[in-house]
Design a protein around this ligand. Structure first.
Ligand SMILES: [Zn+2]
Ligand SMILES: [Zn+2]
Length: 336
């Protein structure tokens, strides 16, 4: 890491948390005391988090968490911070630490998951003559800006599409598969899901792409890594002349990694647009939906009022999942 006085950490741990509410509260207290910002999810099945803080405070946080026997072997992925990667601190209690919504076929990664393969082992494998397949378990928009050379892109819109990958991978049941994702947490479930569906030789990249990139920057993983914070993309040794840009501007097709977060408060779609094609207010809206929507329909005052109320309701009912589900459904009606 270079000169930044901020560090961003990414980590998860599948472990039994008996009282998630209480654990979340303890986490809020310590994270607030250390001035950390970021997002985390606590569930009975474990803990998944990303935080940013001053270098020293992040070290203190890690030290504290490692004292807890449930987290003693947690793997922390670190990268250079900006000081503004997250707007606030949010620690939530949920059913799962990564929502896959697998229902009855849900996987408990502490019981069933793929075998771990380290970054070093994967590097050896890539540079060997062995037959194997890297399956990228991230979402389609994440893959737009970076991916492993020759990997199979899951093409999922969200992690809930996991069951749909079975059809795409059906010919690989007897082959060696290595699943990859940002920091590893999605692969715990995704690789377990493949094992449960009779895939014979499934590995998952330990520590995720971020760990691989840190060890072998600009080698086998092309482009940049999409991340779920205000940085949007990250990489290592970004000035390296052998670094390739694989992202493309949605409009002119020029190589670009300039990710735009659709300005519409309810959309948040991500798209890549080069500086040239970003002109004026309108270009900040996603081309798929909001740009046309805004052009073709002027939003009537009544809808605006409903949306305003909706924001108000979100603030009040944020913690009630039933009401939140209703709100999402309601918003989707307005926007579909
Ligand atoms: Zn362009
Ligand atoms: Zn949009």
């Amino acid at each position: 890491m270079k000169n930044s006085s901020y560090t961003i950490i990414l980590f998860y741990k599948y472990t039994d948390i008996e009282d998630p509410e209480r654990f979340a509260q303890e986490q809020r207290i310590i994270a607030t005391k250390l001035g950390l910002k970021g997002r985390s999810i606590v569930a009975k099945e474990g803990y998944n988090a990303t935080f940013e803080g001053k270098n020293g405070n992040i070290e203190k946080y890690i030290e504290e968490l490692l004292k807890d026997p449930r987290f003693k072997d947690t793997h922390f992925k670190k990268s250079e911070g900006t000081g503004s990667a997250f707007p606030k601190l949010s620690i939530k209690v949920r059913e799962e630490i990564v929502s896959a919504d697998l229902g009855k076929s849900d996987i408990n990664p502490s019981k069933m998951t793929g075998k771990y393969i380290t970054a070093e082992q994967l590097h050896d494998l890539i540079h060997s003559n062995k037959e194997f397949y890297i399956v990228d378990m991230r979402n389609d928009y994440e893959q737009n800006v970076g991916f492993f050379k020759n990997s199979i892109l899951s093409g999922m819109k969200s992690f809930r599409d996991l069951p749909k990958t079975l059809e795409k991978l059906k010919d690989l049941k007897n082959k060696t598969i290595v699943t990859v994702c940002t920091g590893g947490v999605r692969c715990e479930k995704a690789s377990g899901f493949l094992v449960a569906n009779n895939f014979k030789d499934v590995y998952q990249l330990y520590g995720g792409i971020v760990t691989y990139m840190e060890k072998y920057p600009n080698e086998d993983f092309l482009g940049s890594l999409y991340v779920f914070d205000n940085r949007l993309v990250m990489g290592f040794n970004m000035d390296d002349p052998k670094r390739e840009i694989v992202g493309k501007c949605f409009k002119c097709g020029a190589p670009s990694e300039n990710f735009i977060n659709c300005k519409d408060g309810y959309c948040h779609r991500h798209f890549i647009a080069c500086i040239k094609c970003l002109k004026g207010e309108e270009s900040m809206y996603c081309p798929v939906k909001c740009r046309n929507y805004k052009k073709e329909h002027k939003i009537p005052l009544k809808t605006k009022m409903v949306l305003g109320m909706d924001k108000f309701r979100t603030r009040i009912f944020n913690t009630n999942p039933l009401k939140l589900a209703f709100r999402n459904f309601y918003t989707s009606l307005i926007y579909s």
